[in-house]
Ligand binder design. Structure first.
Ligand SMILES: [Zn+2]
Length: 227
């Protein structure tokens, strides 16, 4: 999760990352932590075959390491895949009109501990108020958004939120290439062995080479026998 100011930076350690996969056009990603099921802005990198998830704004000891052979079945891999998506972005006051009943959002919920955590919710009602302006002429939204929570401490309950509590989901659903290659490796490990398709071509060549060598040897030995 990022706000206006908190653009996340990706830190590369050593040569772990493949630079050709680091493309600025790929969306920033957020990750739903198995720890508390809340969404966090993250960066990902590879360490050996494992995927390391680094939480933006948290020290390295909070990094989570996922080995590719840690999944029991393809459902678990799918479930893990669904923990990643393009980072939701802080809703702006002037975007109020784009939010209505049924809009899926990611929002902070009232917390007893004072922690700011983000969970998925759906807008069930917007109690609109006439927008005002600040001294600089910027639009100010004072509307009240009623949210039904899909996750988090208020799951299946409705609470109220203001524009500042809400992040809008991104339509960009391209998956980060590092996550994609990790999932591919995890699926490969699960199903065991290398891709058959990759070997077939090489096996064909090997067969040709073997048979060519055999023929050559036969001819040579025949010639020798006759000599
Ligand atoms: Zn509004």
């Amino acid at each position: 999760m990022t706000d206006e100011s908190g653009s996340s930076s990706t830190i590369f350690v050593g040569d772990f990352s493949d630079d050709h996969l680091t493309n600025k056009n790929w969306p920033e990603i957020e990750f739903r932590s198995p720890e508390d099921e809340a969404w966090y802005g993250v960066s990902v990198w590879e360490m050996c075959d494992s995927l390391v998830v680094s939480f933006n704004g948290f020290p390295g000891e909070y990094d989570e390491v996922y080995p590719p052979d840690d999944f029991k079945n393809s459902d678990e891999i799918k479930e893990f895949e669904e923990r990643f998506r393009a980072t939701s972005v802080q809703m702006q006051d002037h975007e109020c009109s784009t939010v209505s009943e049924g809009t899926k959002v990611c929002a902070t919920c009232p917390s007893v501990t004072g922690e700011v955590k983000f969970y998925d919710a759906i807008v069930v009602k917007v109690e609109r108020e006439k927008h005002g302006r600040d001294e600089e002429g910027n639009e100010l939204c004072g509307c009240n958004f009623r949210l039904y929570w899909n996750q988090g401490p208020f799951v299946n309950q409705v609470t109220s939120a203001k524009v500042g509590d809400i992040c809008l989901k991104q339509e960009d659903n391209r998956m980060n290439p590092k996550v994609v290659s990790f999932l591919k490796e995890a699926r490969r490990k699960l199903h065991g062995g290398a891709h058959q398709g990759d070997e077939t071509e090489w096996q064909k060549i090997l067969k040709k080479v073997t048979s060519a060598m055999r023929n050559h040897n036969l001819i040579s030995s025949d010639t020798e026998n006759h000599g």
